[in-house]
Design a protein around this ligand. Structure first.
Ligand SMILES: Cc1ncc(C[n+]2csc(CCOP(=O)(O)OP(=O)(O)O)c2C)c(N)n1
Ligand SMILES: [Mg+2]
Length: 370
């Protein structure tokens, strides 16, 4: 299969899927029908979940949300290229990776409510998921830190002789952080099995990429660290899948890390606290709406005879039902037990913590938050 390494300049862009669903035969990763359908279903579930959860935030039923609308092909394509025992150090726009790796919509919604079903026990901001069973570590809010964490995980894997890899995500804005540079350097010097994906969505809240970097592309940064870089069409799920699969093969061969720039666009606001109309023209979004990753992949599935309008309608309805049911169930779940605030840190609770807990219990009556 044709090598994709070295596509780092501004005219380079690994693209496999055409807007009409046609495929570049030379680059086609040959995804089996079952996997292709799983990928599409995850992408639709992300779109529908984001839409519903954003409305929930506007209704005041959760206090924060962050969507990945327009970027679904990045997380899903990359996650589909991994094995289940690989590890992921995610950022906050990786709902697709969580769902693809088997996290349930119910678990996602619980975390956004911060209730007793939330496995982070209400200690994290909404959308800052962590699912141990899926080898997905807790999302760190300070941007860039994921790259250092992933470099460390990869270095540990190498020392333990594990034949697996770790994948991490960062935004275009995150590449200006110290941790990005330190993580890239450690991973490359150590030849650690790490895949670093930069989702270049054009913006870091209100800062455009022209003000973020003087490099012509983000992929070029890989060259300076001595690792392969690839500039990938992030709205083409076959391209994100293939680039990640190739990077994983290199990592498992012992050839070290790869840096992938997924060129995409953030169609929604940065988060529920942001209004993008204040800093960017609507026409910019329109250009990317024409490159919708879902429409493109749907056209491919239809061209392969795997999909039609009726199946699509049924899938969207199923995805809506999944999220609506998850909300209904989660809204009835109480807050985490008071004791959870004091647990998980020490094997045996120290005296001062025990006293604080007793005081809280006395002040609040029963063992729950009021
Ligand atoms: C170290 C640090 N500085 C600032 C912030 C506040 N902040 C949160 S997201 C963000 C922008 C990130 O942009 P980008 O990396 O492009 O990711 P995107 O949101 O576009 O996916 C900023 C500045 C933070 N979380 N951490
Ligand atoms: Mg960005």
């Amino acid at each position: 299969m044709t090598s994709t390494v070295g596509l780092v300049d501004k005219d380079d862009l690994l693209t496999i899927l055409q807007p009409d669903g046609a495929v570049d035969a030379e680059l086609d990763p040959g995804v089996e029908p079952e996997l292709a359908l799983r990928m599409y279903e995850a992408m639709v579930q992300v779109r529908v979940t984001d839409d519903r959860m954003m409305t929930l935030q506007r209704q005041g039923r959760i206090h924060f949300y962050l969507a990945s609308t327009g970027q679904e092909a990045c997380s899903v394509g990359a996650a589909a290229a991994l094995a289940q025992d690989d590890w992921v150090v995610p950022g906050y726009r990786q709902l697709g990776a969580f769902l693809f790796r088997g996290v349930t919509v119910k678990g996602i919604v619980a975390q956004c409510f911060g209730n007793a079903w939330d496995n982070t026990k209400g200690r994290q901001m909404p959308v800052h998921y962590s699912f141990k069973d899926q080898n997905m570590v807790s999302i760190s809010s300070p941007i860039g830190t994921q790259v250092m964490q992933a470099a460390g995980v990869g270095m540990a894997m190498k020392r333990k002789g594990h034949r697996k890899c770790v994948m991490t995500f960062i935004g275009d804005g995150g590449t200006s952080s110290n941790d990005f540079h330190a993580g890239m350097n450690f991973a490359a010097v150590d030849k650690a099995p790490v895949i670093i994906i930069c989702e270049n969505n054009g913006w870091a809240i209100s800062v455009p990429i022209a003000k973020q970097t003087a490099s012509e592309t983000f992929a070029q940064k890989a060259v300076a660290y001595g690792m392969p870089g690839v500039r990938v069409d992030g709205n083409d799920v076959l391209a994100t899948y293939k680039a990640t699969r190739d990077a994983r093969e290199r990592a498992l061969r012992g050839d070290g890390p790869t840096f992938l720039e997924f060129v995409t666009y953030r169609l929604a606001g940065h988060s529920s606290s942001d209004d993008p109309k204040r800093y960017r023209p609507e026409s910019e979004c329109e250009a990317f709406r024409q490159k919708d990753p879902l429409e493109r992949f749907k056209a491919y599935l239809e061209a392969r005879g795997l999909w039609d309008a009726q199946k699509d309608e049924a899938l969207v309805a199923r995805c809506r039902e999944a999220v609506n049911q998850a909300i209904q169930e989660n809204e009835r779940v109480p807050r985490p037990e008071l004791i959870s605030m004091f647990s998980d840190v020490y094997a045996e609770m120290p005296k001062d913590l025990q006293e604080a807990l007793d005081e809280e219990r006395q002040a609040r009556g029963e063992g729950r938050f009021p």
